[in-house]
Design a protein around this ligand. Structure first.
Ligand SMILES: *Cc1c(COP(=O)(O)O)cnc(C)c1O
Length: 341
């Protein structure tokens, strides 16, 4: 919640919403949503109708927008659960306008560069005076930044300029452009409503710079066995690692079936007693082997930290050749999850 407040402080004149799609980025919507609501968050975004229905049970009062829009024929379900579709083309607009008749709110998604979802800028501008906008209850105009995490990318300024023209054409609606990284960009990206997701959960919105967010997720695994091996010994499937000298290995009770990426095989590390211990050989479905030669604390029944104590999700993502977003959203269902506040 400290992260939500810190992001909101970037733009005191704007409201800070929360993107909680994908089970709150793998952190667990049923724990995250009520905590954010208690902290004062009033506007939430999910990706799917099913996520919206689940979120509505947890958030009876909040405005909940569904980013992936209105699937054909789904209008009644949106209305029943008081969900707001983010409408991205004329068909969706027309379908919702019939159902809403100006009474049920929705957002308008304009594509300013992603070529993914939303009306084109000229299309949206052409619709600005059209009665369908009022009939569809458009109370929010939004777009999404392509490269917000790369502040020097000229696309940011171009999208911000297009979006400023759009918002002027829809004076009755609030405007929202900034995701986590967008919140940290120039003033002209923030508008009325911030839409951070990743940074709420501890991800760094400014890659390459010190992470201003508080870490949220901690991942620990139990050490099942510790063994000493001779130089020349190998470990794991296909014997991908060979001991260069006598080493001490520890086997962890966690593998790729838990969402720890197999792509981090031979590249990532974990901490044992604060000491970085390299991951050796191929990560198994349920097990990871560490080199704990330098970690005098390593013992059966002890723990290794895979995320936490300065080993952040951005680093874990980079070690697996991916981004922290994928690490978070991939966190498995087999863990024992403890929520602390
Ligand atoms: C996922 C998403 C966000 C949140 O992005 P973060 O980078 O996680 O802050 C905001 N807006 C849209 C449209 C999204 O799809």
């Amino acid at each position: 919640m400290a992260n939500w407040r810190a992001l909101g402080a970037h733009a005191p004149q704007a409201e800070c919403g929360a993107v909680v799609k994908a089970d709150a980025y793998g952190c667990g919507l049923s724990a995250v949503a009520p905590a954010l609501a208690l902290a004062g968050c009033r506007t939430f975004f999910v990706a799917h109708l099913s996520e919206g229905i689940f979120a509505r049970k947890l958030l009876p009062e909040a405005a909940i927008y569904v980013l992936n829009g209105l699937p054909p024929g789904a209008g009644a379900a949106f209305a029943e659960h008081a969900l707001r579709p983010v409408l991205g083309d004329r068909e969706e607009l027309a379908e919702w306008a019939v159902l809403s008749d100006g009474r049920l709110p929705a957002a308008l998604h304009v594509d300013t560069g992603m070529n993914r979802l939303g009306l084109s800028v000229p299309d949206a501008l052409a619709l600005a005076g059209d009665p369908v906008i009022g009939k569809a209850g458009i109370d929010l105009v939004m777009s999404h930044l392509v490269s917000a995490e790369i502040p020097a990318d000229p696309l940011n300024a171009r999208q911000a300029a297009d979006f400023s023209r759009l918002r002027a054409a829809f004076p009755q609606a609030r405007a929202s452009l900034a995701n986590s990284s967008g919140t940290c960009l120039a003033d002209d990206t923030r508008h009325d409503l911030l839409r951070p997701g990743y940074s709420l959960f501890g991800g760094n919105p400014e890659p390459g710079r010190p992470n201003p967010m508080r870490p949220v997720v901690r991942l620990e695994a139990t050490i099942l066995q510790v063994r000493d091996v001779e130089a020349g010994a190998t470990c794991g499937y296909n014997a991908r690692w060979t001991a260069p000298s006598p080493r001490r290995l520890a086997t962890l009770s966690l593998g790729y079936a838990d969402g720890y990426p197999r792509a981090a095989s031979g590249r990532g590390h974990a901490l044992v007693g604060g000491v970085p211990c390299p991951i050796l050989g191929l990560i198994s479905m349920d097990l990871i082997i560490l080199d704990v030669t330098d970690a005098s604390d390593a013992r059966r029944g002890g723990t290794a930290t895979l995320i936490g104590d300065g080993l952040d999700i951005d680093t874990v993502g980079a070690n697996a050749g991916t981004i922290g977003y994928e690490i978070l959203t991939g966190l498995g269902s087999r863990y024992v999850r403890n929520y602390v506040e």
